[in-house]
Design a protein around this ligand. Structure first.
Ligand code: SAM
Length: 274
């Protein structure tokens, strides 16, 4: 990795605007170092000498493949199995019964948007397998980063990722070898993964008819405009009465009034109004 290449103020602003336009992530002045740190490897990979050249490259005709790498490098992909577990128990004990009762059907559609390397939708898949026999739960996982989606499809994790998973789930659904914790095919095949940019205007690949959407720990990276865009896109994907679950440190205050706040066991989730 190249170190010590400083990012001029003007190039920082240009790169920041470019990144914002691609994925809605807003990098404040105080996080200029983040671009330097995360993108210096891209200069090396493209044999470029400084960030001005990189910016030129991104605006040029061969930029498309590079934008994919840029997004992989700039996104923060922290996640793990059974993260913020209250949401999963609310999902099982309140949401699933409510959706099934209202629809009169035995199937439910769940979307784990911004799912990073897949721990969130796979946690759902394991819980559904254990606790919802007899129901068909279809689970979609998506992210803007192709690298995370490829990793999710592989389904191999390290000990950090599984550290909060209860022991019975580890022994039942993972094979532990020197390469890590390999998720069983029975769980892997429960989740379909695709690339979706939550702030897209064109809404490429956006699903419809969702009963529940998990969109946790991604809105924090957006400015207000991107948050509004993402939440409005998610609204359109939900069935009336469907649920939106965002991260525990996030809220829809200031973003929209189109969702009804619902508090269950002291945890705030949201429901699309009918
Ligand atoms: C911190 S991870 C959260 C993962 C998981 N939801 C959780 O709570 O553990 C945030 C994810 O959001 C994704 N992301 C960032 N901007 C996005 C966008 N515009 N559309 C879709 N996903 C995005 C990143 O690639 C990253 O994998």
């Amino acid at each position: 990795m190249i170190t010590g290449i400083t990012l001029r103020e003007e190039s920082f602003k240009q790169l920041r605007d470019f990144i914002y336009g691609q994925c809605g992530i807003f990098i404040p002045d105080t996080k200029k170092y983040l671009i330097e740190k995360r993108l210096s490897g891209r200069l090396q990979a493209n044999e470029l000498h400084d960030f001005d050249q990189y910016m030129e490259f991104l605006r040029g005709p061969r930029c498309h493949g590079e934008i994919t790498f840029l997004i992989d490098a700039i996104t923060t992909n922290e996640t793990y199995f059974f993260r913020e577990p209250d949401h999963f128990y609310i999902f099982l004990e309140h949401i699933v019964p409510d959706v099934l009762r209202r629809s009169g059907m035995r199937n439910i559609n769940v979307w784990s948007s911004a799912c990073s390397t897949g721990e969130e939708p796979y946690t759902l898949a394991m819980l559904v397998k254990e606790k919802c026999p007899g129901f068909k739960v279809s689970i979609l996982g998506s992210d803007i980063s192709n690298a995370t989606i490829e990793s999710a499809r592989r389904g191999v994790y390290n000990s950090y990722s599984v550290r909060n998973a209860p022991e019975p789930y580890i022994s039942r659904y993972f094979r532990h070898n020197c390469g890590g914790y390999e998720l069983s095919p029975a769980i892997r095949e429960c989740v379909r993964f695709i690339n979706i940019n939550l702030v897209s205007d064109k809404k490429i690949n956006f699903p419809i008819g969702m009963d529940v959407i998990f969109c946790r720990n991604v809105l924090i990276y957006f400015d207000l405009k991107s948050k509004r865009k993402a939440v409005s896109n998610l609204y359109d994907s939900l069935n009336p009465g469907g649920y939106l679950i965002i991260g525990k440190s996030e809220g829809l205050h200031d973003i929209t009034r189109a969702f009804k706040p619902v508090i269950i066991n002291n945890t705030l989730i949201y429901q699309r109004t009918m």
